[in-house]
Write a protein that binds this ligand. Structure first.
Ligand SMILES: *Cc1c(COP(=O)(O)O)cnc(C)c1O
Length: 401
């Protein structure tokens, strides 16, 4: 399984580039620390003990493999819709997959602490969970605006023993939290490890996070063949930084008959700058926070304001692997609006009894739009990246139900 995992990964060149995207950091001190991290990563993925421990934790702690569910009610629209149930993981989303990997790696490298940013708090909770499990300190940087908005996740992180650092600079949201966490990491490169929350940032993070997430697609491909026969026609996932989608896509990269579809948040409309986060659809090439990718930018190149009803999707950049997949024509990138997302959220809740995360509802919204255009023999596999418990208060405020 592991060899297959490596063979199928979209790999960067020696400079951390996927085509013209990605790359290494050019800050000398940080570059040295990230080179050590990369060496540590290359070591552990060949290490039998590490692999055995990962496998044990995935099975007994996270609850893997997550099932693939054939959503028969949804499928009455046309094409058959299947859900990869990452929402059933411990902590309720896919993020635990890379957090366990990152914290286990930090521990093997003799680090005492993991440091990270969080936006909606999902990455912070998953990381605090893995750090509690494996006995490392955990420091989470979070914008003051997000802290005010995301109370339950802030409480969870505190209960799990993480140290929360409020960030009031700039807009007080995710981008500033990333800068703050990076600065804190640089204060203590010796004892700490920066544990990023998606397939973004300089090398080795995009490759490393994609590797830890690739369990999603490897399981899904095997399960689909065994339980339903053959391969799906399209595999579909929502796009924040791009980790749950890369996790799903990797295993299907060589299956040219399988379309890889990423769904970006169109927010209040693609014609409303600052009110969407459709990075691959409308972004331009450049460097954001230490790596090259397409990102939503102002005319002077500064990152643009972004919005999505799903706070886990509102980042102006995107993982370099996706930029590369777009350039070579292997990935197809679509969008779904806030309104379509709310619709999909309620449809899944009421037709199947599954409350999805608002992030995941974007992937679902595309599938619901797509299914009636295809005949009933076609099969769409949607990654249900997380559960919607975190979103229910917001939904009640938003909708008159
Ligand atoms: C964070 C999050 C996302 C977006 O992040 P990716 O890196 O694009 O996967 C999607 N779904 C859920 C449930 C999340 O918590």
């Amino acid at each position: 399984m592991i060899q297959e995992q490596l063979n199928r990964l979209v790999r960067p060149d020696a400079d951390g580039n996927f085509g013209r995207h990605g790359g290494k950091i050019d800050h000398p001190e940080l570059a040295k620390a990230l080179d050590q991290l990369e060496a540590g990563f290359r070591n552990i993925i060949e290490d039998a003990e590490f692999k055995a421990e990962m496998k044990r934790l995935q099975a007994t702690y996270v609850g893997r493999p997550s099932p693939i569910y054939h959503a028969r009610s949804l499928s009455r629209r046309g094409a058959q819709i299947y859900l990869k149930r990452e929402d059933l993981n411990h902590t309720g989303a896919h993020k635990i997959n890379h957090c366990l990997g990152e914290v286990l790696l930090a521990k093997k490298m003799g680090k005492k602490k993991v440091v990270a940013e969080t936006g909606a708090g999902q990455h912070g909770v998953a990381l605090a969970t893995a750090a509690a499990l494996l006995g490392l300190e955990c420091e989470i940087h979070m914008g003051v605006v997000d802290i005010a908005k995301e109370h339950p996740n802030v409480s969870r992180m505190k209960i799990l023993g993480a140290k929360l650092v409020p960030v009031s600079a700039g807009a007080g949201t995710l981008k500033e939290a990333v800068d703050s966490a990076f600065a804190a990491y640089m204060q203590d490169l010796e004892n700490s490890m920066f544990a990023i929350g998606s397939v973004v940032g300089p090398a080795p993070y995009p490759e490393m996070v994609a590797y830890f997430q690739s369990i999603i697609g490897l399981e899904a491909r095997e399960q689909f063949q065994n339980e339903y026969g053959g391969l799906p026609d399209e595999v579909i996932a929502c796009m924040g930084g791009g980790s749950n989608s890369m996790g799903l896509f990797n295993a299907f990269i060589d299956d040219e008959e399988v379309a890889l579809v990423g769904v970006e948040p169109a927010g209040e409309g693609l014609d409303r700058p600052g009110r969407h986060a459709a990075t691959l659809t409308l972004g331009k090439f450049g460097n954001i926070q230490g790596f090259n990718c397409y990102y939503l930018q102002e005319e002077d190149g500064t990152p643009a304001a972004v919005h999505s009803i799903a706070s886990g999707l509102d980042y102006p950049g995107i993982g370099p692997q996706h930029c590369y997949l777009k350039d070579i024509g292997r990935g197809r990138y679509e969008t779904a609006t806030d309104a379509e997302c709310l619709d999909a959220f309620l449809t899944l809740s009421r037709e199947e009894g599954i409350i999805p995360a608002l992030e995941s509802a974007h992937a679902l919204a595309y599938a619901l739009r797509r299914a009636p255009l295809l005949d009933s023999g076609k099969r769409l596999l949607v990654n249900l990246s997380g559960r919607g418990d975190k979103d229910i208060d917001f939904i009640l405020q938003k909708l008159d139900i």
